[in-house]
Design a protein around this ligand. Structure first.
Ligand code: AMP
Ligand code: GLY
Length: 420
């Protein structure tokens, strides 16, 4: 079959890499793609926010299946447009993507199905929001309702921080996303990510992972999109994972179906785990980045089979055959990230690195220029490895990192520390 992946990051590189290994895949196109993706798939420069452009492209290229990587095109209905045109698609409708696009909506769903999550209140004006904060005290969490590229959450440890956070939100710092604000109880515990495919009715768990959000070693410094991840996450034991499915994920999937907006795609449940119990922090409606890179490394070619089963509504017949393995991905970012950084520096040493089922360098933000690979974003490379243990996966990943010659980039040296 001919397959189109939408997106341009390390997540999409990993998805393309896994899909390509499956003999069902004939032609593979990624739009818009990046320099690393171009080594294994065709790249097409189309506007992935334009339903008509993507649908025409699929028709012209006889595309049989589309996999949507990022949330933003889902939130504006790219999957609706594709399905309306009769094209098999992996990814939720705009109505179902509200589980990521609106924090208040997710809370409403949790209320409706009794899923354990932080207590909360919703506000559209600063004065009552501040009064609520004064009444509840710190620590407290303030969230812009809408999509804010992972930046719309303030975990305020003091009252002052919380109150000035309200001023930022209603002052327009997050644009329209901050027009409504959700204020939440601060949850203590250890965070983990749980990835579950849903075809609207049936679900299939496809792995657990832990991310490292802070830029610096020891979880210090500002928040980022994620500086590294590993899978599985030992904190999500089988018992906690099963309880999370029974109490959070399945009730959500049923509630979405009951409302006539079934969720079809991958549900990324961000969980807070304490005393053997999981509560929902948030949903995302796509794979995590860089969590996906570790998951794909473990799943390999099977990924295409389960994505297809999900899109076809046949998850009840699907399964993943897990090896008893671990994968870990280290993000290399441009110096300065998550603040201001330069683009266009040359990355050397990549050609000498192994590319096999145990070792892969996924490109997140690169471009090719006259045979050279140049940085082209904040998060630039995802150095990903697999092993029988997390120690082994980690040693392999850092052995690759150490062969990369890129003075304009950096990475954390402690990815995986919680599991070690
Ligand atoms: P979110 O975008 O909702 O995942 O929030 C970003 C990060 O803020 C999460 O990964 C958590 O580390 C933290 N966070 C969000 N909500 C809460 C909460 N209610 N209690 C504690 N930490 C939270
Ligand atoms: N790594 C966090 C995310 O994809 O949202």
């Amino acid at each position: 079959m001919n397959i189109l992946v939408l997106g341009s990051g390390g997540r999409e590189h990993a998805l393309a890499w896994a899909i390509k290994q499956n003999p069902k895949c004939d032609r593979l196109i990624v739009a818009p793609g990046n320099a690393g993706i171009a080594a294994l798939a065709e790249c097409a420069d189309i506007d992935i926010f334009s339903g008509s452009e993507v649908v025409s492209f699929c028709e012209e290229n006889a595309i049989d299946f589309v996999v949507v990587g990022p949330e933003a095109p889902l939130a504006v209905g790219i999957a609706d447009d594709l399905r309306a045109a009769g094209i098999l698609t992996f990814g939720p409708s705009a109505a179902a993507a509200r589980l990521e696009a609106s924090k208040a909506f997710t809370k409403e769903i949790c209320d409706a199905c009794n899923a354990p999550t932080a207590g909360y209140a919703r506000f559209t004006e600063a004065a009552p929001a501040k009064a609520y904060i004064e009444a509840n005290g710190a620590p407290i969490v303030i969230k812009a309702d809408g999509l804010a590229a992972g930046k719309g959450v303030i975990v305020a440890m003091t009252l002052e921080e919380a109150l000035s956070g309200i001023d930022d939100m209603f002052g327009g710092e997050f644009g329209d996303a901050g027009a409504e604000v959700v204020i939440e109880e601060f949850m203590e515990g250890e965070e983990a990510s749980f990835f579950i495919l849903s075809d609207g009715v049936n679900i299939l768990p496809v792995g657990t992972a832990q991310d490292h959000k802070r830029v610096g070693d020891g979880d210090t410094g500002p928040n980022t999109g994620g500086m590294g991840a590993y899978s599985p996450a030992p904190v999500l034991t089988d018992a906690i994972a099963q309880a999370a499915l029974d109490e959070i994920v399945l009730p959500t999937v049923r509630e979405m179906a009951r409302r006539g907006t079934p969720f079809q795609g991958v549900l990324y449940a961000g969980l807070m785990i304490k005393d053997g119990k999981a509560r929902l922090v948030e949903y995302n409606v796509r794979f995590g980045d860089p969590e996906c890179q570790a998951l794909m490394m473990r799943m390999g070619a099977q990924a295409l089979d389960v994505l297809l089963a999900c899109a076809r509504g046949e998850l009840d017949k699907a399964q993943v055959n897990w090896a008893d393995d671990h994968a870990l991905s280290v993000v290399m970012a441009a110096n300065g990230y998550p603040g201001a950084y330069a683009k266009g520096s040359e990355i050397k040493g990549l050609a000498a690195l192994p590319e096999d089922s145990m070792n892969m360098v996924f490109h997140a933000g690169t471009k090719a220029a006259e045979g050279r690979i140049l940085s082209n974003g904040g998060r630039v490379l995802n150095i990903t490895a697999r092993g029988a243990t997390i120690e082994e996966a980690r040693a392999r990943a850092y052995a690759m990192v150490d062969q990369i010659d890129w003075p304009e980039g950096f990475c954390r040296r402690d990815i995986g520390w919680r599991a070690l």
